[in-house]
Design a protein around this ligand. Structure first.
Ligand SMILES: Cc1cc2nc3c(=O)[nH]c(=O)nc-3n(C[C@H](O)[C@H](O)[C@H](O)COP(=O)(O)O)c2cc1C
Length: 368
């Protein structure tokens, strides 16, 4: 299969499975424990149905979206994925080149295999940067200063892994991988030490401090002028706290089911998070998005934009840059088609709190 023969982003999953060694495939595909949250993310979209409106002039549909004063070409971004050279030799640089061509926001992981400065050059502009907070505050200061100096406009702090996690599927695949991990990794289990990650070199003490509290949001706000977005919010209560502590945006995310087991689909959590965030704090979402209809449902529930993770990594694994471009093209085309079919001309399709819903559903109380 060539990238342009893919009919849906799901076609890239099998293509990736064929080229990746078991340990890398397992790491990417894994959720936690029995992978139930990962599955729930996909199942959640069936809880909402589209309510198409007829005889609307849909000859022109506009996907552009305003995010923090910038105009995005579509309400879609590339969620942070660590260590992309494990999927393709060009790693984050291939993704940056695809994102540049398709004018799509790339969120670079702290666990990136390419430094932020090099990604910014390939992208033609600094990416958004996802923070895994170093355990020592002086390390956080150093990392945030470096990222700020690279011109990054938005810092995305991921807060859903502070309690640790159990990636059982990843471990099972690692055990059947016959390669010698130490040929590429410093650890025999295949893990990277912090010193192997270019953004963390020279920053001692590990990351994801389990003692972090909301006070750390205040500290980060004081430390940087970058916008601060919190990734991993799943409840109304936390959305409210995030707003009170000055977060500039939220991402409803369960890390693609890689954080907490037996959680809900993020699409089922979206309305309550938006409720807690209030009207001034933009809410983004990821986890499980594979179709234009999935994106449409999030927009109709009030999300500003949607992130994708595994689909672009599948495409990167199998085809490098052209694969990532094709994934973006497919999702934009599918979203455009859904908007036309539903009689919605722009991405501002938030009808969930009016009497004219674009959706019907049972799991969200804001849908009437
Ligand atoms: C292999 C892999 C690595 C990831 N690495 C990171 C990371 O470094 N930082 C982060 O905030 N999220 C990370 N995520 C989570 C993604 O940003 C995103 O939330 C998730 O992939 C979205 O779900 P989806 O894969 O179903 O689209 C990772 C996800 C995967 C699959």
């Amino acid at each position: 299969m060539a990238p342009d023969q893919a009919l849906t982003v799901m076609d890239f999953e099998e293509a990736a499975r064929r080229v990746l060694p078991p340990a890398h495939w397992g790491y990417m595909a894994s959720g936690v424990d029995d992978d139930l949250t990962t599955r729930a993310n996909r199942d959640g979209f069936a809880h909402f149905r589209l309510r198409p409106r007829r005889l609307v002039d849909v000859s022109t549909v506009d996907l552009r979206t305003d995010v923090f004063g910038s105009t995005w070409q579509a309400p879609l971004f590339l969620s942070p994925i660590g260590g992309q050279k494990m999927f393709h030799a060009d790693g984050e640089l291939a993704v940056a080149r695809a994102a540049a061509l398709r004018q799509t926001t790339q969120v670079l992981s702290t666990a990136t295999s390419v430094p932020v400065e090099d990604v910014a050059r390939a992208l033609g502009a600094p990416p958004w940067y996802q923070l895994y907070m170093p355990n020592r505050w002086d390390g956080t200061e150093r990392l945030v200063r470096r990222v700020e100096a690279a011109g990054v406009p938005v810092l995305v702090w991921t807060i859903d892994l502070l309690g640790g996690r159990n990636m059982e599927t990843a471990e099972r695949f690692r055990r059947v991988d016959t390669r010698t991990c130490t040929a590429c990794h410093s650890s025999a289990r295949g893990g990277r030490t912090v010193d192997e990650l270019p953004m963390l070199s020279g920053i001692p003490g590990g990351m994801n401090p389990p003692n972090a509290t909301w006070e750390y949001v205040d500290r980060l706000k004081k430390l940087t002028r970058m916008k601060l977005v919190l990734k991993g919010i799943e409840t109304r209560e936390d959305a409210r706290l995030a707003r009170e502590h000055g977060a500039d945006g939220l991402i409803v995310s369960n890390h693609g089911g890689r954080a907490t087991e037996t959680g809900s689909a993020t699409i089922d959590e979206l309305a309550e998070v938006i409720d807690g965030a209030g009207s001034q704090v933009p809410v983004f979402i990821d986890s499980g998005f594979r179709r234009g209809t999935n994106i449409f449902k999030a927009l109709a529930l009030g999300a500003r934009a949607v992130g994708i993770g595994r689909p672009y990594v599948w495409a990167l694994s199998a085809f490098g840059q052209p694969g990532v471009e094709r994934v973006i093209d497919i999702l934009r085309a599918e979203l455009t088609l859904t908007m036309r079919q539903c009689g919605r001309l722009g991405t501002d399709i938030f009808f969930a709190r009016t009497n004219d819903p674009a959706l019907s559903g049972t799991s969200s109380r804001t849908i009437v």
